[in-house]
Design a protein around this ligand. Structure first.
Ligand SMILES: CC(C)(COP(=O)(O)OP(=O)(O)OC[C@H]1O[C@@H](n2cnc3c(N)ncnc32)[C@H](O)[C@@H]1OP(=O)(O)O)[C@@H](O)C(=O)NCCC(=O)NCCS
Length: 165
């Protein structure tokens, strides 16, 4: 399936040949700075992709900017009537700050007829928190020691945010 966002940005389902593009940015230190993961190895990237793609509740999209794969957007449907979803996403650091996340999330919110969009993120991820606030996501919880950072072997705090319809 293709979801057109504007003339430069579109989403489409994953193809096997996308692995290398996803690996090429997810191995960057900057990409995982606010996540619990170490920069991805090719094997870790493959494993992560396999886990997502095999999950029947997951809608997995690759994000394209001017025909280049620059990120992924993962929607995990939850709950009895599957009207709740968890969002997770990542944009190649070289393509951040162009409104790709903002415009893509806006489209996802309008396209999927769900009651609740939620996500967890690091309390230190100011850029993400600001971008979510601009999209009217509300903070619902502050989660002490929610994550364990594999880079530093330390626990760190998370924030739960949601947007409900
Ligand atoms: C968090 C993350 C997804 C944000 O993605 P992004 O594409 O850089 O974010 P955007 O460009 O949409 O938003 C950032 C800015 O662009 C602005 N923007 C909105 N629409 C825009 C447009 N049409 N054109 C340009 N900029 C726009 C946003 O308002 C925001 O402004 P500000 O930061 O200058 O105040 C990105 O930093 C990322 O992928 N990080 C690594 C992975 C990660 O941490 N994922 C989150 C895990 S929970």
């Amino acid at each position: 399936m293709i979801i057109k966002i504007n003339k430069d940005i579109h989403l489409r389902d994953y193809k096997k040949t996308d692995l290398i593009s996803i690996y090429n940015y997810s191995k960057k230190k900057e990409f995982v700075k606010f996540m619990e993961y170490k920069p991805f190895t090719k094997e870790a990237c493959k494993k992560w992709l396999k886990r997502k793609l095999l999950d029947k509740n997951v809608k997995f999209y690759c994000i394209f900017y001017k025909s280049k794969l620059v990120g992924t957007y993962v929607i995990t449907l939850l709950g009895v009537k599957k009207k709740i979803c968890d969002l997770s996403y990542g944009i190649d650091p070289d393509f951040q700050g162009k409104g790709i996340f903002h415009l893509t999330t806006k489209k996802i919110l309008s396209k999927f007829n769900l009651r609740r969009f939620q996500l967890y993120t690091s309390s230190k991820h100011k850029k993400n928190l600001l971008a979510l606030k601009k999209l009217n996501f509300k903070q619902e919880g502050y989660l002490k020691n929610y994550y364990f950072d594999l880079k530093t072997n330390k626990f760190f705090d998370g924030i739960l945010l949601s947007k409900c319809k």
